[in-house]
Design a protein around this ligand. Structure first.
Ligand SMILES: [Zn+2]
Length: 78
């Protein structure tokens, strides 16, 4: 029998972080990027390539199962 009313169990481990492997549209390097499915069903942001430092336009779509789909394209500044 456990009487652990005084122990606050710290809550569930909600690790929703996922990673995706993408290729840089500029240098072609494949890079593992971390996603945050909890950040919303549709996310759009700019991130710089770790290798060539050029800006990507990143789109993340999270479906009803928490499955994230990522697309990365070149952010063209015309
Ligand atoms: Zn690159």
């Amino acid at each position: 029998m456990w009487d652990d009313a005084s122990i606050d169990g710290g809550g569930p481990h909600a690790e929703l972080t996922e990673s995706a492997s993408i290729s840089c549209p500029y240098c072609g390097e494949s890079i593992e990027m971390l996603l945050d499915p909890a950040g919303g069903a549709r996310q759009e942001y700019v991130e710089d390539c770790e290798v060539c430092c050029r800006p990507w336009s990143v789109r993340v779509i999270v479906d009803g199962h928490g499955q994230a789909t990522v697309s990365v394209s070149a952010l063209d500044d015309a």
